[in-house]
Design a protein around this ligand. Structure first.
Ligand code: HEC
Ligand code: HEC
Length: 364
């Protein structure tokens, strides 16, 4: 994605700001420590506490990595190249992705009728974790691991589409309906179905708008001038248009889940040539492969390969769910798509192997 403006000149200023804030807030920090203590254990895995629009970033002492918020990064740009970017992005975002935008209406990429209810329900059920603008920075976010998703990169993990495609509506619908097991993302089965589709549409809109704003910022850093909003907005809506999403289907119906299939799956899982699942997940899928500690996700947080023997799968534990996960991969993480690299038969063998791991673990 070209230049990552993450560690630019803002680092020193932020460090200074953090220093003075920490001093003046010492009393409160001490008081807060009592409250926060139970969560601190997970802190090294959480990474930094930043999100797009808040400015009180906190460095991760382990990795010394800063997740530079959007607003800071725009300010850094203006310090270096002169003013204008913030106003330019705000105006363009309103013009192209505002809810009054005739342009966006004409693209057909958003179902506008669903937006008001989507917004209302998002404010009721989602802002506490995902934040009002969908940057993953709600008040509860800093205590959660994994962190609530920022939608503003346009990137979603659990999809039924190929690596280059944005998610389908029904992928987001499934996530909202079933939740993500093993994370704090709750299921919303009790919210009526139409309202869940409204939420899907609202999340899509937040994601498009955020993706556009981030693209404008990245483009500005790359070319050192104000970006062409018309060109970038067209790219974003095209990416999200349903006609441009390429779904992944199981190439064949589920093959028999028998000992022979599990045996083939075991060998495949541990074969260096094909997928090399073991390198991340470990020979028996415990999440302890040789490279297990090496990764970070596209949102800038450390990420571990899943312990597959625990039987908890965010995107579902049914055969079709696991097939989809292996074929489509988990976007924004080191877990790539294996469609094409593996035959459908091979993917089913891996599914059966993975399912056998948690069967063995569970009590008889
Ligand atoms: C208690 C906190 C919490 C609440 C409330 C919550 N979420 Fe989430 N959500 C999460 C977490 C944590 C993740 C990331 C899980 C992961 O990374 O595997 C997530 C991820 C997601 C994703 C991304 C899935 C993907 O494929 O990347 C979507 C979409 C989503 N949430 C929508 C919603 C909507 C819509 C609501 C309200 C109806 C909501 N969430 C409420 C915590 C929450
Ligand atoms: C480069 C490292 C890497 C490789 C290689 C890899 N994975 Fe993963 N895998 C991950 C990571 C990281 C996650 C956790 C992603 C997350 O937290 O959302 C994961 C998660 C999973 C999940 C859990 C999905 C869920 O719904 O929770 C399954 C199943 C899985 N991998 C299967 C495989 C199989 C099968 C292979 C080989 C074909 C493979 N992985 C290869 C890194 C890898």
């Amino acid at each position: 994605m070209g230049i990552q403006p993450s560690n630019r000149s803002g680092r020193r200023q932020r460090a200074a700001r953090r220093g003075s804030a920490a001093l003046s807030g010492l009393f409160w920090l001490l008081a807060l420590a009592l409250f926060v203590a139970p969560f601190l254990r997970a802190r090294d895995d959480i990474g930094s506490y930043a999100n797009d629009f808040t400015r009180d970033t906190v460095a991760d002492s382990e990795t010394d990595k800063l997740d530079v918020p959007f607003a800071d990064d725009v300010a850094n740009y203006e310090r270096e190249f002169g003013p204008g970017l913030a106003a330019h992005i705000a105006a363009a975002s309103e013009h192209y992705f505002g809810l009054e935008s005739p342009w966006l209406r004409d693209t057909g990429s958003v179902e506008f009728l669903r937006i008001p209810s989507g917004q209302q329900n998002f404010e009721i059920h989602c802002v506490g974790c995902h934040g009002a603008i969908g940057d993953g920075g709600g008040p509860a976010a800093r205590y959660l691991k994994p962190r609530p998703r920022s939608f503003r990169k346009g990137l979603f993990k659990f999809t039924s589409t190929d690596a280059a495609s944005r998610p389908q509506r029904r992928d987001l619908f499934q996530t909202i309906t079933r939740g993500l097991a093993g994370s704090s993302m709750p299921e919303f089965r009790l919210v009526n179905e139409e309202k869940r589709w409204d939420l899907v549409e609202y999340v899509r809109w937040l994601a498009m708008k955020g993706e556009f704003e981030h693209m404008m910022l990245d483009d500005a850093w790359e070319n050192e001038e104000l970006p062409d909003a018309a060109e970038l907005s067209a790219i974003v809506v095209a990416r999200w248009h349903p006609a441009n999403l390429r779904p992944i289907f199981p190439g064949v119906n589920e093959t028999p889940n028998d000992a022979a299939s599990v045996e083939r799956g075991t060998r495949l899982f541990n074969a260096a040539a094909k997928g090399s699942c073991y390198s991340c997940h470990g020979e028996r899928g415990k999440g302890d492969g040789p490279t297990a500690l090496d990764y970070e996700d596209d949102w800038g947080y450390p990420i571990r390969p899943r312990d597959l023997s625990a039987g908890t799968f965010r995107a579902g534990a049914e055969g079709v769910d696991l097939y989809r996960t292996i074929a489509a991969g988990i976007k924004g993480t080191p877990m790539g798509s294996f469609e094409g690299a593996l035959t459908p038969q091979e993917i089913w063998d891996l599914v059966h192997f993975i399912q056998s791991l948690s069967k063995q673990e569970s009590p008889k």
